[in-house]
Design a protein around this ligand. Sequence first.
Ligand SMILES: [Zn+2]
Length: 439
Amino acid sequence: MRLVIISLDSVFAADSDYLLSLPNLGRLAAEGVFCGSVQTIYPSLTYPIHASLITGCYPDKHGIAHNEPFQPDTLINMRRWYWEESHIKTETIFSQAHKAGRECAAILWPTTGFSKNIRYNFPEVLALPGENQALKVINYGSKGWILRTELRYGRRRKGISQPYLDDYATLLAEKLILKHPVKIQPGLKDEKGQPKEQVVDTRSRKKRHMPDVLALHLVDCDAMRHRYGTFSKEAKEALDRLDIRVGKIMAALSERGLLKDTIVAVVTDHGQADIIGSLPLDAWLAANRVPARAQTLGFGAYLHLNHADYQPVLKALTDNMADLRISHVYTREELRLMHAPEDILLAVEPEKGFVIVDDENQIKTGATHGFGPGHPGSKTLLWLYGPQFLGGFRLPMCDLTDIAPTLAYASGLDLPQAQGRVLEEAFIWNHHSKGEGAS
Ligand SMILES: [Zn+2]
């Protein structure tokens, strides 16, 4: 069974009614499984969440604690992110598929750089000052394939600006699907009058098949929300464009007759919320000689400290919550229950609309994420479509870590380290067996 995963960045529960009114995502929900309340992980940042989406694990196990490693003394625009596949400490859907002899493709999927498992890899990496963006993508990705596609279609892209980048990413995915040979010969009938399938030797024409696993990360809505606000006109237009892109992928699969043995999962990572003010927590810690460093998560922040300083730092924070506009201090016990990375002993959640900034001169506007699990933006969305899944089924809720084990199970892969569960209630066989038991 083939697997196509499309991630819509910064799309969340508050968007569900609108998305279900759109032609493609509406149809996918009507013909498949839809969940409008998927609890995302902590922290609600793109890279940790995308690692969870392909591992079924939380950051305490998969190792992606943040978008970027803690680099407190490096300028913000000079910081490296978790760009490389080797940063993930557990098996992934890509590694398990590769091990099973299946071909993988990833387009703008985070933390895939220098992948040993992905045959067609257009990784999400960002050039630092002095680096060339195109060369960096080629260096971290599948060189030959990227060069060929750049030569053919590269002029349709305008650097990494949206909505062109997502249109380009979608085009790459469509082209990979359309590599698949046409199986049904139009007009050809067998002796019984049924449509006749063209015989294709899969061994000799292996290169002419769509990848068995195809993951696509679309970032249009994330960019619009950060810039113009959570419920801006621009964000709504991005939702319209995302629906069209999902439609293009479905149309390509349909054109090649692939929908009968392909699972399509549309996933989202987190929502956003509008910013009303900034809190330079790290500068406050330094000014008050509190032995800890803050690392922003967007809204909230991690505190980096030594074990021996736990009580004094906790006291300094809890004594000054009103002044610091902090609404909650996560203790180490709470953080372990939330599966936050083991080395994070304290974290804070600010009052509504306030973001913690690493640099006190930083002015943040628009919207962002990085809030805790109680925030409305932590409820994300899931569509599951394929021959094994129920049609028109609404799953009331699930955890984001349930998605990877469910997709692995449906496509015949193993993810033994996953911390989530297989969403058995979404499968046709489960429904049938229950129905038979009741009658
Ligand atoms: Zn994101």
